[in-house]
Design a protein around this ligand. Structure first.
Ligand code: ZN
Length: 162
């Protein structure tokens, strides 16, 4: 069994060295920008939906290691999935990062994304990990810009002031 902490570090390093789906996307149908003023993370996300399926996805921007790794893994995970599956993952990831989802006891679809469960013990990093998911939610719902600090943000209340 590998130690969850070292697996987490390994995944973060790997996705920072070789971010998946990093860059621009041609013929994007949905786009959103996400900001996390607390850390200075900024990512832009572009999606290409074919009906309800996420056919293409790409991200760019300046973000810390946790945010970039989360964005990279997110794009790799949701590519080819439906909008509904993506929304389920967004909810589950957010609940995991904020400590509301007990991965051992509750059913979930997070798979390797479970390495991010450790951020719930690092309150300042929770928003870094959540930002890409938050931005995906905005893009799927055609909200052009989102911030982890925005009042109108549908996730603000659940993220809290950590
Ligand atoms: Zn960050």
């Amino acid at each position: 069994m590998s130690d969850p902490k070292s697996l987490y570090q390994e995944v973060i390093l790997d996705h920072n060295r070789k971010p998946r789906n990093f860059g621009t996307l041609e013929h994007a149908s949905h786009k959103a920008e996400g900001h996390n003023p607390l850390c200075g993370d900024h990512i832009g996300l572009a999606l290409k939906l074919n009906g309800d399926a996420i056919e293409g996805i790409a991200f760019h921007g300046e973000a810390c290691a946790i945010c970039k790794a989360s964005a990279s893994m997110m794009t790799a995970t949701v590519k080819g999935k439906t909008r509904q599956d993506a929304e389920t993952l967004i909810r589950e990831f957010r609940d995991m990062a904020t400590g509301k989802l007990d991965l051992q006891r509750q059913p979930h679809h997070l798979g390797r994304l479970a390495v991010f469960a450790g951020v719930r013990d690092l309150p300042v990093r929770v928003k870094c990990a959540i930002l890409p998911w938050h931005t995906l939610h905005a893009a799927l719902n055609s909200v052009a810009s989102t911030s982890t600090e925005a009042d109108e943000d549908p996730m603000h209340a659940t993220i809290g002031d950590a």
